[in-house]
Write a protein that binds this ligand. Structure first.
Ligand code: ADP
Ligand code: MG
Length: 253
């Protein structure tokens, strides 16, 4: 399969410090590709560049064969490349359903307020957005919290809603940055199952930064190892765990 995402020789400097140093890697369409490495390796910085939150200092990023470096997050979002983002504080009083309906982008969810003034069309349009949000809630099996204020959810339930928001647009590739952190085992299992279903049933490609090796082992193939800003190795989890240099750099020798 062709790569959906290709990172070529990408670097990012902060002052005199090089956080990401001439990284090259590709993510195959349809894969769940992992990205692991010690703290400070440059993983989140790389994600920030891919998702349009941070321009690279140099290098090329291709999404579906087209250069995207320097594009803004909303432009990438409209093309189906997105990262999950935490529920904003202002949205914590809105219900889960409303949070899903507020997702911006090239879809009907955009400019609900503007559209309000356009009259009847709006009601049709809001009904569409609501229907889509309800489908997302069904898919994720979170109907029991659909009317709860998002701020009342547990950390893991919030992660499910974050995943759900990617379903309000037609996502092609979703970047997940340590989605398992602080989530209990039961919900982690739900999140992993939903990632697998989105991958298998909806064709989502995932690019996943994760420290939880159980989760990496369950979901990700291949796994890319970064250390000190560089890509060190790419392979199955078994392969990289058998690599002495990787073990030294990451698994602590
Ligand atoms: P990881 O996600 O792998 O833990 P990060 O990408 O967050 O690593 O950080 C890589 C390095 O870049 C770290 O040394 C971090 O301190 C540095 N860094 C990240 N963002 C900035 C920034 N905005 N300004 C200065 N240094 C930064
Ligand atoms: Mg990070």
């Amino acid at each position: 399969m062709a790569p959906i995402l290709e990172i070529r020789d990408v670097s990012r400097r902060f002052g005199g410090f090089t956080a990401v140093d001439r990284c090259s890697l590709s993510v195959e369409a349809g894969s769940i590709t992992g990205l692991i490495g010690p703290n400070g390796a440059g993983k989140s910085t790389l994600f920030n560049m891919v998702a349009g939150n941070l321009p690279p200092s140099s290098g090329t990023i291709l999404f579906e064969g087209r250069e995207i470096q320097g594009l803004r997050p909303h432009e990438l979002f409209g093309r189906g490349l997105l990262r999950t983002f935490q529920i904003a504080h202002e949205f914590s009083r809105l219900s889960v359903l409303e949070n899903l309906m507020m997702v911006p982008g090239g879809q009907p969810g955009e400019n609900l307020v503007d559209a309000w003034f356009r009259g009847r069309k709006v009601r049709e349009f809001e009904a569409k957005v609501r229907e889509r949000a309800e489908d997302v809630i069904d898919f994720l099996k979170i109907g029991h919290v659909a009317r709860e204020p998002a701020g009342n959810l547990s950390g893991g339930q919030k992660k499910l809603v974050e995943l759900g928001r990617t379903m309000m647009v037609d996502a092609k590739i979703v970047l997940l940055d340590e989605i398992a952190a602080g989530v209990n085992r039961t919900l982690l299992n739900d999140i992993a199952a939903n990632i697998e279903r989105l991958n298998a049933e909806r064709g989502y490609t995932f690019f996943v930064i994760e420290h939880d090796m159980d989760l990496i082992g369950r979901l990700c193939d291949p796994v890319v190892v970064m250390a000190a800003g560089e890509v060190m190795r790419t392979g199955s989890l078994a392969e990289i765990q058998a690599d002495a240099a990787v073990v030294e750099a990451y698994f602590g020798g």
